[in-house]
Ligand binder design. Structure first.
Ligand code: FES
Length: 164
């Protein structure tokens, strides 16, 4: 059975460009980039999207699932309008990330990997983003980094996102 294509022509072109960076028999090396391109276009990676990437790269679906489930930046459930990921690794923890997390959870009424009732915000726990000097660090939608987010900054950050 042939796989239904899920992405735009532009997205497949972008995947082709990633594939071209590797030897012809190594197109599966572009799997992380291909998943990111699919997620960027669709907002998240449904089962069909992952299978489409697998079929496009001529990989077994299970191998693509292994990548998609290993890395925290892939959304395997439809996220809220904003995905707020907060680093809880040691340098951030030493600067109070856990207190920031507690405040986020309390104000949003959700735990990690949940979305608030308004569908605005999904909270994720993240690994070190290499910006430890600005700990505690959060990243919005995998792209916009904010540093030094202490307990006292949480309410303002949430208000800002709601107002966008
Ligand atoms: S430990 Fe949080 S950014 Fe490095």
């Amino acid at each position: 059975m042939s796989q239904t294509r899920m992405l735009s022509a532009e997205a497949y072109d972008a995947i082709d460009k990633e594939v071209a960076k590797y030897p012809p028999n190594r197109k599966q090396s572009a799997v992380m980039a291909a998943l990111a391109i699919a997620q960027n276009e669709l907002g998240w990676l449904s089962e069909s999207a992952v299978e489409d990437v697998a079929s496009y790269l001529e990989m077994r679906a299970i191998a693509v699932w292994e990548v998609a489930t290993f890395y925290g930046m892939y959304n395997l459930k439809k996220p809220g309008r904003y995905k707020l990921s907060i680093c809880t690794n040691l340098p951030c923890a030493l600067q109070g990330a856990n207190k920031t997390v507690d405040q986020l959870k309390a104000l949003l009424g959700i735990d990690f990997n949940e979305t608030d009732l308004d569908g605005l915000l999904t909270l994720k726990e993240a690994e070190c983003m290499g910006a430890c000097g600005d700990a505690p660090v959060v990243i919005i939608n995998d792209r916009e980094m904010r540093g030094k987010i202490g307990v006292e900054d949480v309410e303002k950050l949430l208000e800002e996102l709601k107002a966008r």
